[in-house]
Structures are given as C-alpha cells and as structure tokens.
Design a binder for this molecule. Structure first.
Ligand code: ZN
Length: 205
C-alpha cells in the first residue's frame, strides 16, 4: 500500500531548498523514496525553483547566490548508474544497537555533517508499547517497516509523521512485524508515566 501520511508542502519545499537540518532532511528523504506522490511533488517544486533561478536578472546573481546554486547541485540525485539500490535502512551508518527493553532496541544514526542532529532508528516488537512521552522540540519520523497506531491513525511502512513541541503520545505497534522507524528530533524527550524510563533510554542515544 502506498503511504497515507505525507510531509506538508512547507516541509517538502524546505527539503527541496536544502533548508531542513540534515537529520530532518534524511527522515524526509526516507519518506520521499517510498512515496511516488511526494516524489512527484518534489519534482514539481524543483522545477519551480529551477525556473525561478533562471528568471533572476543577471545582476542579482552575485558570488553568494552562485555558491548556493552549486551547493544545491551537490544535493541532486546522482546519475542512475551510481544510485545505491540497497534499501534505505541498509545505507545508514548506525552506532551501537542498544536494547532498552524486551523487544525494543534503538541505534543512533551517524550524521557526520551534522553531529548535533539527533537521528536514530527505533525498533519495537509486535505488541510492544513505546513510552508515553512529550516532545521538547520538533520530531520527524518515517516508518521503514511494520506499523504503529496512535491518536492520529495507523502509520505503516513509508508513512511520515511530524510531531510538534508538547505533543504527548504513546504509539502502539500493530501486526506481527516489529515496527522500525527512523527519527530525527530536536531537544530531549521528556518522560511521562510508568514507561518514562524508556523514553530516557531513547533520549540517551
Ligand atoms: Zn508522501
């Protein structure tokens, strides 16, 4: 099934412009790779920003603009022959996998160009509960496999979720398969309730 939950146009526009923190961009990239709908949106936004660049009067293209354009070109997909076809998760460089509860592990993702970004994989086994937690900053999440449910609906492979500050929720894993999610967070998670200890373990990654 194709993804049902997508990044907003604001997020996709920022992604195309290279304006997202790299860790957050990585989570959006994971979704875009799995979502034909958003790949088309990204293509449309790129076409618009390309046309806008071409329409710029010559005299406004100063040194700074040129380096911005070159930086953007660096971010463009590589030629088809050079594309790494492995599944997204296998292309991530992971730090040590840590078991934080029965059936629950977490592993930090290396983001060498943005070491202050907090990106991690979280795997929760079937029937598992994640910790009820509050966010002290924004969080992006793309489900890579399995599915979870929370008050916003069911999130299966490819689905994207953006949580705002002060959201307090407790997703529940659905189905037989472990739910594997890629997260980027800013700020620390604040633990709530009995399972709060787990949230601290996640925040430690
Ligand atoms: Zn999408």
């Amino acid at each position: 099934m194709s993804p049902q939950h997508h990044p907003s146009d604001d997020i996709l526009t920022a992604y195309v412009a290279g304006a997202l923190e790299p860790g957050f961009g990585l989570v959006v990239a994971a979704h875009v790779e799995l979502c034909a709908h958003c790949r088309a949106r990204v293509g449309a936004f790129e076409a618009v920003s390309g046309a806008a660049l071409e329409a710029l009067p010559q005299e406004t293209v100063d040194e700074g603009s040129l380096s911005k354009v070159l930086a953007r070109l660096d971010m463009r997909p590589e030629p088809a022959a050079a594309i790494d076809r492995r599944p997204f998760v296998e292309r991530l460089t992971l730090k040590r996998k840590k078991w934080v509860a029965p059936g629950v592990w977490v592993a930090g993702v290396e983001t060498p160009h943005a070491p202050e970004n907090r990106v991690y994989l979280l795997s929760v086994a079937s029937g598992g509960l994640t910790a009820r937690h509050e966010h002290s900053g924004a969080e992006f999440c793309t489900v890579l496999s399995g599915a979870y449910r929370d008050e916003f609906g069911v999130f299966a492979a490819g689905d994207f979720a953006a949580a705002e500050t002060d959201l307090n929720h407790q997703p529940v894993v659905m189905g037989e398969e472990a739910c594997l999610c890629l997260f980027a967070t800013e700020g620390r998670l604040k633990a709530r309730g009995l399972l709060g200890r787990l949230a601290f373990a996640y925040a430690d990654v």
